[in-house]
Design a protein around this ligand. Structure first.
Ligand code: M6R
Length: 608
């Protein structure tokens, strides 16, 4: 969603904040702005559009300032206009606020302020915060922030400056991410470490409702009850190069091609090929609870939810442990049968998804054991769960999730293997699965070699208006994921279906303009899927089939065939999703779409 960056220190804050915003632009990107503090006056610049436009605007003015806060916006309240862009100021122009999140009671707060004569200039919920802080200000910004936020219901990550205290940034969070970082006589606040990594790897994670105060001489933190807190400094271990494109045209392509390595990293030190099992240090002490739970749930959103569907199928098929998958956004509203005997797994790349965090809270309220499968180390979900497993995929910048998905499924496969062996899977079967998992990076490499062929096929279908993705068993979630990838980045309407469901409705859509992607590896449903393909062909649909290397039969009926190496159903989803990621990528490129920053989307959805 929105990105926040703030700087105070010995250097000019402006280029630091601009560079930070550029690194956060993948999170939200419809407008941006910066508030700069000079001893006597506060300066504001905003644009609708990209950070590069803001940068050129500032370059013309040669602005320099030791203190600044900036923001890149993903609109929630009000369209992406100049007026609605952050920072938002108070009516007297003295308070400037950048905000990520949603103030749920902003309307009643706004009405109250308006009735006492306050005039608002934007449609945003954020401006209400600036107004409340201004009203509560009596010479101490952090006290005013605390007082103002006592009236607020909702989620926020905030950085605030006040003209009367020019050497201070106050920041706080509730439900939205925010970190502070310590440099050499310079201090930072950001919604994501990526924004400040160039300057500092020493990061302080701000807890919910804690207040951080940045001055030129240091950083101090106060607890939610206003006690001073001695916060630990965490060392970030990933490098800047990991969040750069490395010669690829887009982050998404780089991330797709990094999967042999990221899948290997997810397994490293965990897969035990000599004994045919796995060891997941972060949740090893929870394995007993998982085995003996009355019910197990996966809860997640989007692509992570698709990983959860695969996890469910694997848990049930191989470990014979019943399991449910819930959209995190539905979980808390549908009175789930979760109690102290349930184990709930939250799956999330960013670890900041508001719906998933709300589902975790719901599960905790019901006294369930809550575990996490996350990518971002130190993220809110990682901190809110009792224990968990990191997928170690490294920073994922492309809005469309690719490498995080395959790493999530890799971790779920390891977990399934561990549980299945404990539930009676033979050592022989465990060894066979471990061997197949060990071969995954090499097999993914093999699939990636077909990128050029996939790019050619993409050219033929880039003008389609609809796509249908069909798959069975564990390949049904893969079909859903393929369809989601396509619609996210190319804006082509796409749907995933269990292949046999086609005849119960979607078949009505098929004509010569409808491309069908059929996932048809040589497994136990192969013959049935071939029949589905025949049914499509009989109605002049065009078929792109995903088949097992060496399958010549399918070549006779499908229009195009993409091959994957032979795989066990355990490893099949990981291999099968790769050509679908590439297909959506090349279709989107062909259509001239902004692949890494598709319209209306945000990398981490930090509002409910
Ligand atoms: O960070 P999370 O995994 O919690 O994010 C969940 C979804 O928002 C995310 O997977 C989204 O669907 C992606 N854009 C998919 O590519």
């Amino acid at each position: 969603m929105c990105g926040i960056v703030g700087y105070i220190g010995k250097n000019n804050a402006v280029p630091v904040v601009i560079q930070g915003l550029q690194r956060l632009e993948y999170r939200g990107y419809d407008s941006c702005g910066i508030a700069m503090m000079h001893p006597e006056i506060m300066n504001l610049e905003k644009v609708t559009g990209k950070v590069s436009e803001l940068q050129s605007q500032l370059a013309q003015q040669k602005t320099s300032s030791p203190v600044a806060i900036g923001h890149t916006r993903w609109a929630t309240h009000g369209p992406p206009t100049f007026q609605n862009a952050h920072p938002h100021t108070s009516q007297d122009g003295k308070v400037a606020v950048v905000h990520n999140g949603i103030i749920e009671n902003y309307k009643s707060l706004k009405d109250g302020l308006e009735s006492s004569g306050y005039v608002f200039s934007s449609e945003t919920d954020t401006e209400v915060i600036a107004a409340l802080i201004s009203k509560a200000y009596h010479g101490n910004l952090e006290e005013a922030v605390r007082e103002a936020l006592s009236h607020v219901v909702g989620a926020y990550g905030l950085a605030i400056i006040h003209q009367d205290e020019p050497e201070k940034i106050v920041c706080t969070r509730k439900g939205a991410p925010l970190i502070m970082a310590v440099g050499d006589d310079e201090f930072f606040v950001a919604s994501d470490v990526a924004a400040i990594l160039h300057y500092s790897k020493d990061v302080i994670y701000l807890g919910n409702e804690e207040i951080g105060i940045l001055t030129p001489s240091g950083v101090t933190t106060y607890s939610e009850t206003d006690e001073p807190v001695d916060k630990k400094i965490h060392k970030i271990t990933f490098n800047l190069e990991e969040i750069e494109k490395g010669g690829y045209e887009h982050f998404m392509l780089k991330e797709i091609f990094s999967q042999p390595q990221t899948i290997y990293d997810a397994m490293r030190g965990r897969l035990q090929p000599e004994t045919g099992t796995a060891f997941l240090g972060g949740i090893d002490h929870m394995i007993g609870s998982l085995l003996h739970a009355d019910q197990r749930y996966f809860t997640a959103c989007g692509t992570s939810w698709h990983a959860g569907l695969i996890g469910e199928m694997m848990f049930e098929q191989f470990a014979r442990l019943p399991c449910e998958v819930e959209y995190a956004s539905e979980f808390r509203y549908r009175e789930p049968l979760v109690d102290a005997k349930s184990v709930v797994f939250a799956i999330s790349q960013s670890g900041e998804t508001a719906d998933t965090l709300a589902a975790i809270q719901e599960a905790k309220n019901r006294e369930a054991t809550v575990l996490g499968i996350c990518n971002v180390v130190g993220s809110s979900i990682a901190r809110e769960t009792e224990a968990g497993v990191y997928i170690h995929a490294g920073p994922e910048i492309g809005v469309a999730s690719t490498k995080a998905f395959t790493s999530q499924v890799t971790v779920l496969s390891l977990l399934t293997l561990k549980l299945a062996r404990l539930m009676g899977m033979s050592k022989e079967d465990g060894l066979e699965i471990s061997q197949a998992m060990q071969q995954l990076p090499e097999n993914v490499e093999w699939v990636l070699k077909q990128a050029d062929q996939i790019a050619e096929i993409a050219k033929l279908y880039a003008d389609a208006s609809n796509f249908l993705y069909l798959g069975r068993g564990v390949n049904f979630p893969v079909a859903l994921e393929g369809a989601l990838k396509l619609k996210e980045i190319s804006y082509i309407h796409a749907e995933g279906y269990p292949a046999a469901e086609m005849k119960h409705g979607p078949i009505a859509l098929i004509d010569k303009s409808m491309p069908i992607v059929a996932i048809a590896p040589q497994d136990r449903t192969y013959d049935k899927i071939l029949s589905n393909i025949e049914e499509v062909k009989a109605r002049h649909g065009r078929v792109i089939a995903l088949a097992t290397e060496g399958d010549t039969r399918i070549k006779e009926i499908a229009d195009h065939v993409l091959y994957v190496p032979p795989a066990l159903s355990f490893t099949a989803p990981i291999l099968n999703v790769i050509p679908l990621q590439l297909l959506s990528y090349y279709v989107a490129v062909e259509r001239g779409c902004n692949v890494d920053q598709p319209r209306n989307l945000a990398k981490s959805v930090t509002v409910e």
